[in-house]
Design a protein around this ligand. Structure first.
Ligand code: GLN
Length: 484
């Protein structure tokens, strides 16, 4: 019996019928982590076994079990966990132990989850390869010489490799969806305002949300349902996504928009081909494909990098070595303490974003850059609105290609930035978006398809993805049969 291939509902069934205990389930995962070469986690939770034993006590006393009871779940290392080190993969927060839990972590704990570890990532979430980590790069379980994607590369790799049953990632411009695509798992970026950001260490507050990663659509939907919902500690978090305990899906009557701008230049031909084949498969099963044009999407990457960097420069201003973060031991004045702490504590990419963000916000340039980006963002939002009068959801590839070899994209950051073309629009517009595997490309590596929905229509995305998954037999089936 390979526990790695089991779904949440199968594992739950085994726990309830006592075929396996929560502590045994945790041990299996810990053993796998011990043998792992993936570098998917930064810190193990030394209280995990205690939490698992508590669930075992509840099982033996016949108590009703909450939805995630006894499941080992990994949490990205920019989400605060009380008493458990949270570094953002940065030297700046290398020794930070949060005194409180993030809103989503509180929800995880009350759902009975066993937090197994804190996963590796790009520093502060800035990047798309999980190579910008002070703890070294994450390797892709499907080919360890390649990147797992990023910035939630550790979370996607852990779920793919069976080092966790489920994981939380965060998505500011694609960081849940792109690594999910590259590792062949399912990842969701929920509607802005559905999931608490309290205790999420901020990168770009107007863009980011915490999202679930699972091996199946139902697994990811269950986890997202658990963590979403209003939180008094986050005034922007107002509505719970509809929980999907039993998803049923049909593609019949579903209108799927296909924007030509997201099937154009910069996306590998094989990726476009595999995604188009998946869409034709959905069409054969009752969906209707609607050709669309959203010309403003051509500007979404530039717009995203200006807004995200501006917000990052402002959010990261707090790390000065006094109030927060690493303090340099070399200084002879206050100004030097600030300068040296920030120079030593932040990595190259984070410094680049702070410089860019400070520039686009500076007097004389804010009008030219930041404000123009903000008005382009409004155009992107209304472009989506118009499109949603013609279709229920919008499809595209998630990433521009399959997972790339580690090290090859380190020198030119703009090359990685432009590869975010398909994912950043949903963040700019605050819309929900799911990525799930739809076939494989170069080297037999996974390719993900993305569906972007109307605000708070996560249930429609889950249903459509679930239908595809069940009709095609799921990803492991897809790779053996050569696709749909
Ligand atoms: N790749 C994007 C960036 O580097 C997205 C990051 C994210 O979603 N956290 O900003």
């Amino acid at each position: 019996m390979d526990l790695r291939k089991m779904t949440v509902s199968q594992l739950r069934e085994m726990l309830i019928s006592r075929k396996i205990s929560a502590s045994e389930l945790l041990s299996v995962h810990l053993e796998r982590i011990e043998r792992s070469q993936l570098n998917a986690y930064i810190t193990l939770n030394d209280k995990a076994m205690e939490a698992a034993r508590e669930i075992d006590r509840r099982i033996s006393s016949g108590q009703e079990l909450p939805p995630l009871a006894g499941l080992p779940i990994a949490v990205k290392d920019n989400i605060s966990t009380k008493g458990l080190r949270t570094t953002c993969a940065s030297k700046m927060l290398e020794n930070y132990i949060p005194p409180f839990d993030a809103g989503v972590v509180e929800k995880l704990r009350s759902a009975g989850a066993v937090i197994i570890d804190k996963t590796n990532m790009d520093e502060f979430g800035m990047g798309s390869s999980s190579e910008n980590s002070t703890f070294g790069p994450v390797r892709n379980p499907r080919d360890p010489s390649r990147s797992a994607g990023g910035s939630s590369g550790g979370s996607a790799a852990a779920v793919c490799a069976g080092e966790a049953v489920l994981a939380l990632g965060t998505d500011t411009g694609g960081s849940v969806r792109q690594p999910s695509s590259m590792c062949g798992v399912v990842g969701i970026k929920p509607t802005y305002g559905s999931t608490s950001r309290s205790g999420l260490i901020a990168f770009a507050s107007s863009l980011e949300q915490v999202g679930a990663i699972g091996r199946t659509v139902a697994d990811a939907a269950l986890l997202q349902g658990v963590i979403s919902g209003p939180d008094p500690m986050d005034p922007t978090c107002v509505i719970k996504v509809k929980p999907k305990n039993s998803i049923q899906g049909t593609l019949s009557g579903l209108r799927i928009g296909v924007p030509k701008e997201l099937f154009g230049e910069g996306i590998s031909d094989l990726t476009k081909d595999v995604v188009m084949r998946a869409l034709s498969f959905m069409e054969r099963h009752g969906a209707k494909l609607i050709p669309l044009s959203l010309p403003e999407l051509r500007y979404s990457v530039s717009c995203y990098y200006m807004i995200a960097s501006a917000e990052a420069a402002s959010n990261l201003g707090r790390y000065d070595g006094i109030r927060f973060g690493h303090a340099s031991s070399e200084h002879s004045s206050l100004a030097e303490l600030f300068r040296n702490s920030r120079s030593e504590g932040f990595g190259r990419e984070v410094k680049r974003r702070i410089l860019l963000g400070t520039y686009v916000l500076s007097a004389g340039y804010a009008e030219k850059y930041y404000r123009r980006a903000a008005s382009m963002r409004a155009k992107i939002c209304s472009g989506f609105e118009t499109s949603f009068s013609k279709c229920h959801m919008i499809a595209s590839p998630t990433a521009t290609g399959v997972a790339f070899p580690l090290g090859i994209k380190r020198d030119d950051p703009t090359e990685l930035y432009s590869a975010d073309i398909c994912t950043v629009p949903a963040n700019l517009a605050g819309l929900p978006a799911i990525s799930f595997p739809c076939g494989s490309g170069e080297g037999g590596l996974p390719i993900g398809i993305q569906l972007v929905g109307r605000k708070f229509a996560e249930d429609q995305l889950f249903s459509a993805a679930y239908s595809f998954e069940s009709l095609s037999g799921g990803y492991e089936q897809l790779i053996t049969s050569g696709g749909v």
